[in-house]
Design a protein around this ligand. Structure first.
Ligand SMILES: [Zn+2]
Length: 198
């Protein structure tokens, strides 16, 4: 018989909470034991995040929900709320290992962001990547990423190629930098100026 026990003294566990993205270490939660059954599904734990109070199931093999990747951005930094929603969707995909979907979200994000930056609508993905590059929206040290993004973004949409976790993580990291440079930094500069004016 399998039973869950509340425990305040579990083995201490470090993990990134899939709900709030905090990197936490906790020993508060529940553990499951298998009493006398012949089948063995192993032990499992439910740890409670002390930042957001939500539960995460952790076993030897898996963490559910998986860790939340990507930076938390304020909704108000985005010109268009849809861009924020799409970025959040890409982050949520990471929690359920939907890596190819992340590629498609990132591709769409680049197109939206380029249009926000003045690009024409109805163009190809490659056009939008070039637009951001040529208009210096992509930082000089990230230039090598332009080709990678162009390739991976195209793969996810036009060919039946399944993206892997490392591809998805890198795409998300790139998008995070782009959002930071294009939306967050100007927003912060404006806030800074407002505060120094007073
Ligand atoms: Zn949390």
């Amino acid at each position: 018989m399998y039973e869950w026990y509340l425990s305040k003294k579990l083995k201490s566990k470090n993990f990134v909470c899939g709900h709030c993205g905090s990197d936490i270490t906790t020993n508060i939660g529940y553990h499951m034991t298998n009493k006398g059954e012949s089948s063995d599904i192993g032990s499992g734990y439910i740890y409670i995040c002390h930042k957001c109070n939500k539960p995460t199931y952790i076993s030897f093999k898996e963490q559910v929900p998986g860790p939340l990747y990507g930076k938390n951005f304020l909704k108000e930094i985005f010109q268009d709320e849809r861009t924020y929603k799409l970025y959040e969707e890409a982050r949520q995909c990471m929690k359920i290992n939907a890596y190819t979907s992340i590629g498609m979200c990132c591709r769409k994000l680049i197109m939206h962001i380029a249009v926000d930056c003045g690009a024409e609508t109805g163009k190809t993905f490659a056009y939008y990547v070039d637009y951001l590059d040529k208009n210096n929206y992509i930082p000089a040290n990230c230039k090598k990423w332009v080709d990678i993004i162009r390739d991976k973004g195209n793969e996810a949409n036009h060919e039946i190629i399944i993206l892997e976790k490392k591809d998805a993580k890198q795409l998300l990291s790139f998008i995070e930098i782009i959002i930071s440079v294009i939306y967050e930094m100007p927003y912060q500069a404006e806030k800074y100026m407002e505060n120094t004016d007073e």
